[in-house]
Write a protein that binds this ligand. Structure first.
Ligand SMILES: NC(=O)c1ccc[n+]([C@@H]2O[C@H](COP(=O)([O-])OP(=O)(O)OC[C@H]3O[C@@H](n4cnc5c(N)ncnc54)[C@H](O)[C@@H]3O)[C@@H](O)[C@H]2O)c1
Length: 354
């Protein structure tokens, strides 16, 4: 029988609370299905570990993780540890070390989910944002010169390699072709005359191999405006690391909020494990109170199931989330309910069993 080995890094704040619910759902599905098993191994890495050990994860953390089928991550970051330390020391280390160069973020308004936009129907917000995840503006290349003086300078450089741009753009074209959807390229070539002109050239070059895919290009500022004014014009979106990061938070806001936004960090070649996570942070303001909404973490389970080739279960999980939202019986306070975090996994399983 197939056993999926999953490394769990629940992390900080609400991370452990939401991940517990995702684990419940995944374990329940494996039991219902009967043809595969899941095996979780928990790693206590994150900010508490940092305060004890002086690092977010062990030096050989990547070699410990490399033979797992997937990594399931909650959130990292907590007051007392600088955010750049928590991000660089764990999340970015894994994304870069395992060449998880695709960040796949569904922006889909499920039936029953709250939407702050007026006159918008569910079918108007249904897109997948393909964000470059390994280089670009987040390559963290730069320098600080003359610290503490009047001449102090900070330099931060974007890194756009031909290979890096081509592979993410090609992934987006392939996805658009497979799903029969349009592809929107989001960049900013008027202001970023080197990196984004290069990006756009590669978008056009790769596009020659996909004459059947209908494309359009937008500047990131215009794209942000259209996410709000006319979200229906987007189906598959491809963009750079920084622009994708910002646009997908906007995407989360129009499609139910942070409690409903998931993201997959994929190494499509499967040379290394891919990582699945809710995109929200550790929410220290509500940690330990049972208030966190675990639906984003459960949506990540759906993305993991898709990646394992269990797409039928992946879809059932999304349908179950939709049913839960429509029934409005078991929802956390951010969605107007009174349920506690640890009631949600059970409620999803109950819907799946119907
Ligand atoms: N992927 C990650 O691990 C990740 C992502 C973003 C931020 N962070 C870290 O998390 C910490 C807090 O960051 P932040 O406050 O900017 O962002 P956040 O996402 O943690 O919280 C923003 C707001 O959304 C609410 N919220 C977030 N997730 C929720 C959920 N599941 N259910 C209900 N409400 C939810 C919070 O209560 C808060 O009011 C920082 O240390 C930051 O560096 C980590």
């Amino acid at each position: 029988m197939q056993t999926y080995k999953i490394a769990v890094i629940a992390g900080d704040g609400i991370g452990p609370d939401v991940i517990d619910e995702g684990k419940k759902v995944l374990a329940g599905i494996a039991e219902m299905d009967g043809s595969f098993k899941v095996e979780f191994t928990d790693f206590p890495w994150g900010c508490e570990y940092y305060l004890r050990e002086g690092k977010m994860m062990p030096e050989d953390g990547l070699s410990i993780l490399k033979d797992f089928d997937a990594i399931y991550l909650g959130a990292v970051g907590y007051p007392g540890v600088p955010d750049d330390v928590s991000l660089q020391g764990l999340l970015l280390k894994i994304r870069k070390g395992f060449d998880e160069y695709i960040n796949l973020r569904p922006v889909k308004l499920l039936k029953g989910a709250p939407c702050p936009l007026k006159d918008v129907k569910e079918e108007d917000i249904d897109m997948i944002v393909v964000r470059e995840n390994s280089e670009g503006e987040y390559a963290n290349v730069g320098s600080r010169l003359y610290p503490g003086t009047e001449q102090e300078i900070a330099l931060q450089t974007g890194v756009f390699s031909r290979k890096g741009c081509e592979r993410v753009i090609r992934y987006a074209y392939e996805l658009a072709k497979k799903e029969g959807k349009t592809l929107t390229n989001v960049s900013k070539a008027n202001a970023l005359g080197y990196s984004m002109v290069f990006w756009n050239e590669i978008f056009a070059e790769v596009g020659k191999e996909y004459p059947e895919v209908e494309t359009s290009s937008l500047m990131v500022d215009a794209a942000s405006m259209f996410f709000v004014k006319k979200p229906a014009r987007f189906q598959i979106v491809v963009t750079s690391n920084l622009f994708g990061d910002i646009l997908t938070d906007l995407g989360a806001a129009i499609a139910g909020g942070m409690g409903l936004a998931a993201g997959a960090n994929l190494n499509p070649e499967r040379k290394f494990p891919s990582m699945f996570e809710p995109i929200h942070g550790s929410a220290p303001d509500i940690a330990g109170k049972g208030l966190a909404n675990p639906l984003a973490a459960i949506w990540s389970v759906s993305q993991m199931l898709d990646f394992f080739g269990q797409e039928a279960w992946g879809k059932k999980v999304i349908d179950a989330i939709e049913t839960l939202l429509q029934e409005k019986k078991t929802l956390t306070p951010d969605l107007g309910g009174t349920a506690k975090t640890d009631e949600i996994g059970e409620a999803i399983l109950e819907i799946l069993q119907r």
